[in-house]
Design a protein around this ligand. Structure first.
Ligand code: IMP
Length: 184
């Protein structure tokens, strides 16, 4: 049974604990290990997709043992709990990704539309290699085929907040991941 104290209220909605810190840490370690192995001795440019990926990126870089450059792009395609379908780029890719090993860092892949569009845009700038790492993936929500190189945790089609993920800009600071609480 869920204790009321564990429920978090953000705006008009309630959220319940879903992925604990240990589970998230293990997923971050798994991805870091894979990147360390794949890019051993090479330089990598990590590009975090703001806003949601900032916590994941912050934890990931602490565990990476490759030579890093770090940059961000800023995207917004969500309005409350629904993807607007429109991809607004508030901060674009820079031309200096040409010839570099680029890894896009995402918080979550839901429909996959954001990731597939970003990968297409980045590949036009001719990086040496291009991969994507996402902390979370909702396989049942995918609406397009998308390249997935590093995935932390697969989750069902539930709306989640915390660890960088928001509901209407709220809840990003929560140290673990919560899912929408539905009383039955
Ligand atoms: P996609 O284009 O549908 O794959 O959506 C990608 C973006 O939507 C992510 O980077 C998140 O910012 C946002 N998003 C998708 N699912 C959730 C969720 O469950 N909670 C919060 N944000 C989400």
């Amino acid at each position: 049974m869920i204790q009321a104290a564990e429920i978090v209220k953000l705006g008009d909605l309630h959220f319940e604990p879903f992925l604990m810190s240990e589970t998230i840490d293990e997923a971050v370690q798994k991805i870091a290990g894979q990147i360390n192995r794949d890019y051993n001795g090479e330089e990598v440019l990590l590009i975090g997709v703001l806003n949601g990926a900032f916590v994941f990126m912050n934890e990931l870089i602490k565990q990476l043992e490759v030579s890093l450059e770090i940059d961000f792009i800023k995207v917004s395609s969500y309005d409350g709990m629904n993807s607007s379908g429109e991809l607004a780029l508030a901060l674009d890719f820079k031309n200096d990704i040409k010839g570099k090993n680029v890894i896009l860092i995402e918080d979550i892949i839901d429909t996959g539309l954001t990731a597939s569009r970003l990968l297409k845009m980045a590949s036009c700038l001719r990086p040496r290699s291009l991969k994507i790492a996402s902390l979370l993936l909702k396989p049942d929500s995918l609406k397009t085929q998308v390249q997935m190189d590093y995935v932390g945790i697969e989750i069902p089609d539930v709306f989640v907040v915390g660890y960088g993920l928001d509901y209407d800009q709220k809840g990003r600071e929560l140290p673990m991941i919560y899912k929408l609480y539905q009383e039955d």
